[in-house]
Design a protein around this ligand. Sequence first.
Ligand code: FES
Length: 119
Amino acid sequence: MSQWVSVCALSGLDDPGAHGFSHGDDAWPLHGFVVYIGGELHAWVNRCPHAGHRLDWAPHRFLTRDRRLVMCASHGAVFEPNTGLCVGGPCPGARLTRLPVRVNAAGDVEVDAAAAQAH
Ligand code: FES
């Protein structure tokens, strides 16, 4: 069963750009983020496959300085924004966990929070 939750307005995202979100109860929230790049949206669980940390040291700051890759602020792992594949740093070959993402009729970016519960 899907549980689509609104994350942000598509019009509020830069291309390339990223936006973090949390959803759910205080004890066990889902932390995730969306990346908008090349006109495509991708959504990922905000948990680094290296040591399980959240990727953003500062809120919503998920991208490298040139905005071409996702970067974990803890130990510098970098990931392709469209595949989630780690291409540098301490966990090459590992992957971020993808979340289903869509844009609703009102132009809001929505993520299926239920998909994360399988992980
Ligand atoms: S926890 Fe992300 S690189 Fe170590």
